[in-house]
Design a protein around this ligand. Structure first.
Ligand SMILES: Nc1ncnc2c1ncn2[C@@H]1O[C@H](COP(=O)(O)OP(=O)(O)OP(=O)(O)O)[C@@H](O)[C@H]1O
Ligand SMILES: [Mg+2]
Length: 277
C-alpha cells in the first residue's frame, strides 16, 4: 500500500473567463476514510473546488493527486478512466426520472461496460448483484423496480449514493447532499454517508451550507472564504471565532441553540436505532 494521502490538492487556483478568481491557492490532503465538510458563504468557491478536483472545471493552476495518480496531468481516455474512481453525489440527485431505481444504480457502471451493453442496458450479472447489495445497504431494495420519479427526496438521494458507490470509487465528491431535504431526512442521509465512508475507507468532501449538520456528522471541517481556506480543523474546534472568520461577523447564538437541539434529536434517533438492532 502506498503512504500517499488518498487525495491531495496543491495550490489550486481557478480564474473563470469572467475574471472571477474562485480559488486563490487551495491546498488540502485527505487520508483514506476521512470525511471533510467544506463550508463557507455563497460564492466562496466550494463547488468550484470539488469540480476542479475531478476536472469538470479546469483548474488555472495547481495540482490534484488521487493516491499516486496526478489527475491534473491526465488527458483524454486516461482522465475518463480516472474519473470512474471518483463518485459524485449532487443536491438535485441527477437521476434519470423514467428509469427504475435499479437502472439508475446500474448507470453507475456505465464507465465499465461496453457501449453495446449500456445501449441495451444488459449489465453483467455481477453488476446486478452488486447493485442489489448497494440498494440493500441504502435501504431501498424493495423499491428497486420503482421509477425514480416515484420516490421521495430522501429515497432519491439514497439512489444517488448507491449509484456513486456502484462505480466502486476511491473518492466521493458530494455537493450539497441535503439542500433539498427536510431536517430529519438530512440527518439520515448524512449519517448514511458517514457510515459508508467509514465502512469502505472512502475519503469524501461534502459541500454543505448547514454548519450544524456539518459539525454533527463530519470529523474535519474546512472553511472556505473568497477562494481561500480560512479554517481547517476538527469539528469541535469550529467555535464562534472560527465561524466569524469564515462567514463574517454574525450572532451565533441561534446556531448554537439549534446545534444543541439537533444533537438531542440525533441521540434519540441513535437510541431508537439501537433498540431496533
Ligand atoms: N461557470 C462560471 N463562470 C464564471 N464564474 C463562476 C462560474 N462558476 C462559479 N463562478 C464564480 O466563482 C465564485 C465561486 O463560485 P462557487 O459556485 O464555487 O461558490 P460556492 O461556494 O459553491 O457557492 P454556493 O454556496 O452558492 O453554491 C463565485 O464568485 C461565482 O460567481
Ligand atoms: Mg456551490
Amino acid at each position: 500500500m502506498s503512504a500517499a494521502p488518498a487525495l491531495r490538492v496543491e495550490g489550486l487556483v481557478k480564474r473563470y473567463k469572467t475574471g472571477d478568481e474562485a480559488l486563490k491557492g487551495v491546498s488540502l490532503a485527505l487520508p483514506a476514510g476521512q470525511v471533510v465538510g467544506l463550508i463557507g458563504p455563497s460564492g466562496a468557491g466550494k463547488s468550484t473546488l470539488i469540480r476542479c478536483i475531478n476536472r469538470l472545471v479546469e483548474p488555472t493552476a495547481g495540482r490534484v493527486f488521487l493516491g499516486d495518480l496526478e489527475l491534473t496531468a491526465l488527458g483524454g481516455a486516461e482522465l475518463r478512466r480516472a474519473r470512474r474512481r471518483i463518485g459524485m453525489i449532487f443536491q438535485e440527485f441527477a437521476l434519470v426520472e423514467r428509469l427504475t431505481v435499479m437502472e439508475n444504480v446500474l448507470s453507475g457502471r456505465l464507465g465499465y461496460v461496453s457501449f453495446w451493453q449500456s445501449f441495451t442496458r444488459r449489465f453483467p450479472p455481477a453488476d446486478i448483484e452488486r447493485a442489489f447489495a448497494l440498494l440493500e445497504r441504502v435501504g431501498l431494495v424493495e423499491h428497486a423496480d420503482k421509477r425514480a420519479d416515484a420516490l421521495s427526496g430522501g429515497q432519491r438521494q439514497r439512489v444517488g449514493i448507491a449509484r456513486a458507490l456502484a462505480q466502486e470509487p476511491d473518492l466521493l465528491l458530494i455537493d450539497e447532499p441535503t439542500a433539498a431535504l427536510d431536517p430529519k431526512t438530512s440527518r439520515q442521509i448524512m449519517r448514511l454517508i458517514r457510515e459508508i465512508c467509514e465502512e469502505r475507507r472512502l475519503p469524501a468532501i461534502i459541500n454543505i451550507h448547514d454548519v450544524v449538520l456539518a459539525q454533527q456528522f463530519v470529523e474535519r471541517i474546512v472553511g472556505l472564504r473568497a477562494g481561500r481556506i480560512v479554517f481547517d480543523g476538527p469539528a469541535e474546534a469550529l467555535d464562534d471565532a472560527a465561524l466569524t472568520r469564515i462567514y463574517g461577523e454574525e450572532d451565533w447564538t441561534a446556531v448554537r441553540r439549534r446545534a444543541a437541539a439537533e444533537a438531542r434529536l440525533e441521540a434519540l434517533d441513535e437510541e431508537r436505532l439501537e433498540g431496533l438492532a
